[in-house]
Design a protein around this ligand. Structure first.
Ligand SMILES: [Zn+2]
Length: 340
């Protein structure tokens, strides 16, 4: 197994987040990556740099106007004068929005589903680097490795084709899946972050070449609220190719492993060439955003269970926030996979 890392992530250091209407410091801090890297090093896994796969890989998933918005938003926002240090939208169109706006304030609303994705001066370059980390790890498996790990920051699974949200800007795992589809007819994405992978679901909702399966805390009372429910099964050609397995808030190891068994049944029937795992670690009992109660031993069992699926597998980092066991939990997943 190789791990892919790029220090460019550290230039994206978001401050703003609204929690129950109160301004707080974002949980998505650069220190997360330091602790994740410590977890990788504990497993004696080789850490390699990423390659630049260029704009085409991003454009295969995201719209051109969204990518242009991400690239230029901060400069345009700063040019307004008397504006905040980060782009944070104060307008959010509902579904019936009629026209794509010219104003950067309007575009921020169009392209940001919530206020948890502030754009700073280096956000776009960090997001591109994060996507390249996922692409490089995917290439390792395409080249014959059984497993690889992408230390992606910022994360990606809440980003849609043309919108940021929930700390995410580019959907790293979707971009990686797009790359894998050049080799394989079918690719499966299994999302084990405590939050539903709504962006990933949205990107592939009408497609049958990418199966999306997500295990997460029940969104009736948890972010992202509007998506992640069991009745969302895909549409059109994609009907039956999206599976949501919400778990009641607070459940722990045994219920999570049970859900992985259900996920396996669907994934094995799909017979993908590759499995991409959206590896959030925020289902931890110690995570500050906690929705579930998975222990470090539980994360080890998650790594083992996924390895027992028997598929070439890329682990792509999603959430997982600062706690004393963040390094331990990553090491537990990766060592569980390696020793199966
Ligand atoms: Zn999460």
């Amino acid at each position: 197994m190789k791990a892919v890392y790029d220090s460019a992530h550290s230039q994206h250091d978001p401050n703003f987040v609204l929690v129950r209407g109160q301004v707080q410091k974002s949980s998505e801090q650069p220190e997360r990556a330091n602790r994740l890297l410590a977890g990788v090093e504990r497993c004696a896994i080789d850490v390699i740099p990423s390659h630049n796969f260029g704009a085409a890989a991003r454009e295969a998933i995201h719209t051109k106007r969204y990518l242009e918005f991400l690239e230029h938003a901060h400069g345009q926002w700063a040019a307004l004068g008397d504006s905040s240090k980060e782009v944070v939208s104060n307008v959010h169109p509902l579904h019936a929005a009629a026209n794509y706006p010219e104003s950067i304030v309007g575009r921020a609303g169009w392209h940001m589903t919530d206020t948890a994705c502030p754009i700073g001066p280096h956000t776009f370059s960090a997001a591109c680097a994060s996507a390249n980390v996922a692409l490089t790890a995917t290439q390792c498996v395409l080249d014959g490795d059984r497993f690889s790990y992408a230390l992606c920051r910022p994360p990606g699974h809440h980003a849609y084709t043309e919108s940021a949200g929930g700390f995410c800007f580019l959907n790293n795992i979707a971009i990686a899946a797009g790359h894998a589809l050049k080799t394989y007819e079918r690719v499966a994405i299994l999302d084990v972050d405590v939050h539903h992978g709504n962006g990933t679901q949205g990107i592939f909702y009408n497609r049958s070449d990418v199966l999306t399966v997500s295990i997460h805390a029940d969104p009736h009372n948890f972010y992202p609220f509007f998506w992640g429910h069991a009745n969302e099964a895909g549409a059109d050609e994609g009907l039956g190719f999206n599976v949501n397995l919400p778990l009641e808030i607070g459940l722990g190891d045994d219920q999570f492993i049970n859900a992985l068994g259900k996920a396996y049944d669907r994934i094995s029937a799909f017979d993908p060439g590759m499995l991409l795992v959206a590896l959030g670690l925020d289902a931890s009992e110690s995570d500050p955003l906690r929705g579930l109660s998975v222990t470090t031993d539980g994360f080890n069992r998650i790594g083992k269970t996924i390895a027992e699926y028997g598929l070439p597998t890329v682990f792509v980092q999603e959430g997982g926030y600062l706690s004393d066991v963040l390094s331990d939990n990553l090491a537990a997943v990766l060592s569980g996979a390696l020793h199966t």
